[in-house]
Each structure stands twice: as structure tokens, then as C-alpha cells.
Design a protein around this ligand. Structure first.
Ligand code: SF4
Length: 715
């Protein structure tokens, strides 16, 4: 089939949650079938792309990506090419066999935050209808689950940003907590530059002086895992300085007394002792945040990927609520979601505890609604399963998952305590992986099903603003690759479900709209034509009153809902319409430095790589820019260890070791080392990370653990 794009196609980047707009045209030369052209009309990035977006076409080239199914004849044998019937037969019969021998919940499904809404929806339906297993979760649990839980606790509804990203430019003071967006989503920096041009100020909270911190009026560098204490210390100063917006607190919130009591117990001097942030800097932060009439706090993985992530985010939300900086124009709290569809991926049913429309799987009314759309008895729908890490931890164990279908995720590199997770994966009876490349996890599979990727398939994504956007296919899938929807239809058919699993994305989206109707994330008024005409629609967007209903064209026969760019301006989504303060206090991380492991380790990302690096490590331009792992450490620590720039350093935690070249910089605290997590092998940061989980979100503690460092011999 001809793989040359014949006309310009408007679409979106395959990587992060900004979902930058781009245009695809025919490649003039080179192995990729398309060429990426800037598209200035999409409001989030206005034409700008980072290096990852610019080079995304490289992964479409044959030779880089998978083009044929692979199977393994014996556990220790090599993968070999197979035809689709053989691969799908093997996958489906392994699922059926495991279910029959060990029970339905012994078959597990692990999804990804990069899947389109249609795939996330159909994967959830496949798990609950075709497999009838409770055990489905996804890697977005490792990304945004703490912010999602805190958002719901406070506001009754979780949407990453409750306002368009461009609103950032019009706030008085922006506080960025644990976000290095200058590296992770560079086009967003233009909104911050506009904020500065408009007279606004920027405060950055991060243990490292990142490129984002370099843009700030004030940089606070707390020790890893202490930003909850810092937020409480700032709230203490807000109270002491008379900056509480008493009218807002009285009219639009509940729970202030407990929050105020907790904050007043966190004296600034005590907080300085916990965090290392000087009291004078805390005072300056409060001055900046309260000086203007509006303010925002945006968190990212720093405060969220902790075993107290929900409480930490809750403490930052308290700061917004106490100062009246929520539910008002150009003010509020938001989460900078990481993965491309981290937002939509959690709305449509691939999370262990949720059904489509952001409905609770334990809510009888929600179960009845979704069961009706799916044409099944509500009693046949499984209940909640275990969270992502707990699912991985159960693999191959008695009573755990024995056969796993994994779609669009690479936990061998990206999961915490990855050595342990890899050994659990090896203990599975059968691993089935759908992916676009032979990732480190796919390389361990018994069956590998080659998926079509972003420019080869059509589907919707929901970016960090809750804006539902459309990616249009520009070229057919390479080789024998198939869309994940087609793969799910093939598996479901073999498991006795010939109907209910369409491969056409628009047909799936129409069903998704019906399943979401009346839920919190209501998409029923959104359709493909409307997304294209409006360049994205913000949910909630119910179908038009008296219109064609969720199955018909959006809004036909009634008023067309405009979508909801800004949430909470009149009321919050709680039963009484009031936001809820969190009652939280500081507590230590799951693992603190001690005599044996005296340093903090924190992990994160670099500009030229994305997540587990499965795609970006296969992109020559990005690999040249960021060829391998490294350990960032302070010059004083380097001197103590006797290590020079570029020399190899081994970090050891209670879970494993990792070795990488030293990168010496005064931009990091002397008690902390940093490793990016994009690489496998001896430089794998997640060999070290801690699998302590947040009690509510079940988020692992990627951002804090204790390690020791030693100079390593040359490679
Ligand atoms: Fe793609 Fe994110 Fe870069 Fe935009 S910022 S081009 S969405 S990786």
C-alpha cells in the first residue's frame, strides 16, 4: 500500500499532554513517510514544537518500528514472525486457558496514558465484558493519580487544568511546584513569558535549579519529599500576615478550621528545619502570591509522585483556597498532566476503580448505565481491581495475574522497583504486548502484536486542559501493523464476542459518548465533525437538550452545549457546591536517608527523551542530544566522593543499583542526587526507586528514596 501522505493533515504530537498541533505532509526524502510542518493556528502551542515533536516522524520509518506479529514457541526460545491468525489465536487461547484454570481475575490488562480515548474505552470494555476480569489498570496511575485524587477531594471533579493553558499568562502570580516544563513541554514557556510581559510573577518550587527555575522571580529548593511541609509553612504565613480571603472561605469552602489549625502548627522556623528553605524566602513567596489579585498553583510529578502525594497536593490546594485563588477567572489550582492522554486515559474505564464518564465502578447507578450501553447485566460487571503497581507485583503469584495483556506501556523501564517488576513479569504464564516498537517489555513477551501509531490511525485525545482533540490518520499502518482497535476486535471475537468491539474509531467514539453521558466527564455533545470545526472541545459537553441524544450528531435538535473551558466559576462540583480544604500534616517519606543510605535520590525527565524512551531512544536526533543516563550531583558531594565530571558513579538503594556518568552541577542540593528515568540497563533509575504507595491514589514514590553513591570503575 502507498505510504506517502498525499494531502496535508492536521493532527497532534504523539508525545506529551500539551498535544501540540502539527501538520503532516508527504516527506520529500528519508525513510519516514511523512514530514512534520508547523501549524500556527492551534492555541496551545501556536506553531511551536519541541525537538521530540519535530522528530516524531522518525518512529514511523520501517526498521525502527514493529511491522509483523511475533510469537515465542518456548519460554526460552526466540521471538519469530507469525501471521495474525496464529498470533491472535495464541493470545486469545492463553487468556481463555488462564481464566478457566485460575479464575477470571488471573487474566490482567495493563493500559497506557498514551492510548487514544477510543482505545482506552475499548480496552476497559474488553477487560470487563470479554474477559470479565477486575484486574485492569494503566501506567497513568504512575503519572497523575495523586493530583486526580486531591482534585476530587477538594473540588469534587478532576480535570488537570480547570482553565485553558493560555490563562496562565493572565494570572498575577504563578507557583509551579515540581514541574520542569521548560524541559518537559517547552512550548508552554511562551505562556510564562507572556505572564512576565503582563507584569505577573513566577515562583518555582523544585529541589533542583532547573531551566524552569531559571525563569523564576523566586526559586524555593526544598529537600525531596518535604513540599507538603513547605505548603503548610506558606499557609502559616498567609494566616499570620492577614492574607486569608475570609469572604471566599466563608461563602465557597468547607473545612477551613482544621486546615488553619494544621498550618498554624507549622511554624516557619520548623518548616525551614524540615525543608531547608529559608524563612525569608517563604515570606517572599507569600508576598508574591498575595500581592496580585489573582494567582495559580500548578503541580506536576514532583509533589505528586510521593507516598503522601494526595496530601501534598491537598496542601497546595489549601493555599489557593485560603487566599481565594480558586473558582475565579485567572486563578486556581491545576495539574500539568504528563502523558499525551493522561487525562482522557483516566476518564474512559481503563482505571481499576472507574467506568467510562469518570464513573465509580462501585456506584450502582453508574454500573447500570454503563451495563445498558454495553448490553450486559450490571451484575456481570466485575468490581474494582488492584492498582497498577499492585497488579505488577502480583504477576505470576498464587492468586495473582498469570496472563497479562499489556498495551502501550513499558514497565521494565518505567515502573518503580523495576528489577522486582521485571522478575514478576518473567514469572507470568503468558505475556501479550501490543506496541509500536519492540520495547524492553515487549522483548520479554510470548506474543507481540504490532500496533499502528499516531500518524497511521484516527482517534481522539484529551489534553491537559480537558480539550478533546482529534488526530487524523495521514498514512496507512506500516507492514502488517494493525490498529489496537482492530487487535481488540480480533481478540474479543476469538473469546466469543463477535459484536460490541468495532474497529472503526468514530463508531467507538459514538459509543463512548453514550457511555459518558450524564457522567462527570460527559462527552455526549462532542463528535468528530465538531472537534475539527472548533479545533477541540472542552468537556463536560453534554448533548443538546432535546437533541438527538448521545448516539446522534452532537446537539442535533436542541441547544448545542458550548463545552466548558473554565470550571468552578459559579460553584465547585461537590454536593454543596463548596470546595473542601484538606486536613493534612507533614510526615516523612516512605524512606529517608540514614547512615547506610545517606543521600536523597530524585528522578525525572530530560528535554530530548520521553517517558521510558521506547520511541525517543529510537530517534537519532534525540539520541544524539541525550544519549544515555547520568547522575546529577553537587560539586561538594562530588569532591567528597572523589568523582570528576563524566566519571562513572554507582548508586545503591535497598532495591538495586544503577551506574551512570557523573554530571556535576551546583544546581542541585548537596544532599540529593538526580537521575533521569528514560534508560534501561545499568543506568536504569527505576532499579533504585521505592514502591511505597500513597494510601489513597496508590501512586508509587518515584520522587524520593535513600541511596548511597560510590565511584565506579571505568566501563
Ligand atoms: Fe510534543 Fe509535548 Fe513537545 Fe508539544 S511539548 S511537541 S506535545 S512533546
Amino acid at each position: 500500500m502507498n505510504r506517502t501522505a498525499t494531502a496535508l493533515v492536521d493532527t497532534h504530537c504523539p508525545y506529551c499532554s500539551l498535544q501540540c498541533g502539527m501538520r503532516l505532509g508527504a516527506a520529500a526524502s528519508g525513510p519516514s513517510p511523512v514530514e512534520i510542518v508547523e501549524r500556527p493556528d492551534f492555541p496551545v502551542n501556536r506553531g511551536a514544537l519541541c525537538g521530540k515533536g519535530h522528530s516524531a516522524a522518525a518512529v514511523l520509518a520501517p526498521g525502527v518500528r514493529l511491522t509483523a506479529p511475533l510469537v515465542r514457541d518456548t519460554k526460552d526460545g526466540p521471538l519469530r514472525e507469525a501471521d495474525w491468525d496464529e498470533a491472535l489465536d495464541r493470545a486469545a487461547s492463553a487468556m481463555a486457558r488462564t481464566g478457566a484454570r485460575h479464575g477470571r481475575n488471573a487474566v490482567g490488562v495493563f493500559g497506557g496514558g498514551g492510548l487514544t480515548n477510543e482505545k482506552a474505552y475499548l480496552l476497559g470494555k474488553f477487560a470487563r465484558v470479554a474477559l470479565r476480569t477486575a484486574n485492569i489498570d494503566y501506567n497513568g496511575r504512575f503519572c497523575m493519580s495523586s493530583a486526580a485524587a486531591a482534585h476530587r477531594n477538594a473540588f469534587g471533579l478532576d480535570r488537570g487544568l480547570p482553565f485553558p493553558l493560555a490563562d496562565v499568562a493572565r494570572t498575577g502570580c504563578l507557583v509551579l511546584v515540581g514541574s520542569n516544563l521548560a524541559d518537559t513541554m517547552p512550548p508552554a514557556v511562551r505562556h510564562i513569558r507572556e505572564l512576565r510581559d503582563n507584569g505577573g510573577t513566577l515562583v518555582v518550587v523544585d529541589p533542583r535549579r532547573t531551566r524552569t527555575a531559571d525563569l523564576a522571580d523566586l526559586h524555593l529548593a526544598p529537600a525531596p519529599g518535604t513540599d507538603l511541609a513547605l505548603a503548610l509553612g506558606l499557609l502559616h504565613l498567609v494566616v499570620a500576615g492577614g492574607h486569608v480571603d475570609e469572604d471566599f472561605v466563608a461563602s465557597r469552602t468547607t473545612g477551613w478550621e482544621a486546615a488553619r489549625t494544621a498550618a498554624t502548627a507549622h511554624w516557619p522556623e520548623r518548616v525551614e528545619a524540615i525543608t531547608g528553605v529559608p524563612v525569608a524566602d517563604m515570606r517572599r513567596a507569600v508576598e508574591l502570591f498575595t500581592a496580585a489579585g489573582s494567582g495559580m498553583v500548578l503541580t506536576a510529578r514532583g509533589p505528586e509522585q510521593q507516598s503522601k502525594g494526595v496530601d501534598t497536593v491537598g496542601a497546595w490546594i489549601n493555599l489557593c483556597l485560603a487566599t481565594g485563588r480558586a473558582g475565579r477567572p485567572f486563578s486556581g489550582y491545576g495539574c500539568l498532566t504528563g502523558q499525551g492522554n493522561g487525562q482522557g486515559g483516566r476518564e474512559h474505564g481503563q482505571k481499576a476503580d472507574q467506568l467510562p464518564g469518570y464513573r465509580s465502578i462501585t456506584d450502582p447507578a453508574a454500573r447500570a448505565h454503563v451495563a445498558e450501553v454495553w448490553g450486559v447485566d450490571p451484575a456481570d460487571l466485575p468490581g474494582p481491581g488492584v492498582s497498577a503497581y499492585e497488579l505488577l507485583d502480583s504477576l505470576g503469584t498464587e492468586g495473582g495475574v498469570r496472563t497479562l495483556l499489556l498495551m502501550g506501556s513499558n514497565p521494565v523501564v518505567s515502573a518503580p522497583n523495576a528489577r522486582h517488576v521485571t522478575s514478576r513479569i518473567a514469572a507470568l504464564d503468558t505475556l501479550i504486548v501490543c506496541d509500536v516498537v519492540l520495547s524492553e517489555t515487549a522483548a520479554l513477551a510470548d506474543v507481540v502484536l504490532p500496533s499502528a501509531q499516531w500518524a497511521e490511525e484516527t482517534g481522539t485525545m484529551t489534553n491537559l486542559e480537558g480539550r478533546v482533540i482529534l488526530r487524523r490518520a495521514a498514512v496507512p499502518p506500516a507492514g502488517r501493523a494493525r490498529t489496537d482497535l482492530r487487535i481488540l476486535r480480533g481478540l474479543a471475537g476469538r473469546l466469543g464476542h463477535e459484536k460490541g468491539f468495532p474497529a472503526d474509531p468514530e463508531e467507538v467514539f459514538t459509543e463512548l459518548r453514550a457511555a459518558s453521558a450524564g457522567g462527570q466527564a460527559d462527552y455526549s455533545g462532542i463528535d468528530y465533525a465538531r472537534i475539527e470545526a472548533e479545533d477541540g472541545v472542552f468537556w463536560p459537553c453534554p448533548a443538546g437538550v432535546g437533541g438527538g441524544g448521545a448516539q446522534g450528531p452532537a446537539g442535533v435538535g436542541g441547544a448545542v452545549h458550548p463545552g466548558t473551558p473554565r470550571l468552578f466559576l459559579d460553584r465547585f462540583a461537590t454536593p454543596d457546591g463548596r470546595a473542601r480544604f484538606a486536613d493534612v500534616s507533614h510526615r516523612p517519606a516512605g524512606e529517608e536517608p540514614d547512615a547506610e543510605y545517606p543521600l536523597y535520590l530524585t528522578t525525572g525527565r530530560v528535554l530530548a527523551q520521553y517517558q521510558s524512551g521506547a520511541q525517543t531512544r529510537r530517534t537519532p536526533e534525540l539520541n544524539r542530544a541525550a544519549p544515555g543516563s547520568f547522575v546529577e550531583l553537587h560539586p561538594r558531594l562530588a569532591a567528597r566522593l572523589g568523582v570528576a565530571e563524566g566519571e562513572r558513579l554507582t548508586l545503591t538503594s535497598r532495591r538495586g543499583r544503577a551506574t551512570a556518568p557523573a554530571r556535576i552541577t551546583a544546581a542541585i542540593r548537596p544532599d540529593t542526587v538526580f537521575m533521569p528515568f528514560h534508560w534501561p540497563g545499568e543506568g536504569r533509575a527505576n532499579s533504585l526507586t521505592h514502591d511505597a504507595l500513597d494510601p489513597q491514589s496508590r501512586m508509587p514514590e518515584f520522587k524520593v528514596c535513600a541511596v548511597r553513591a560510590e565511584k565506579a570503575p571505568p566501563a
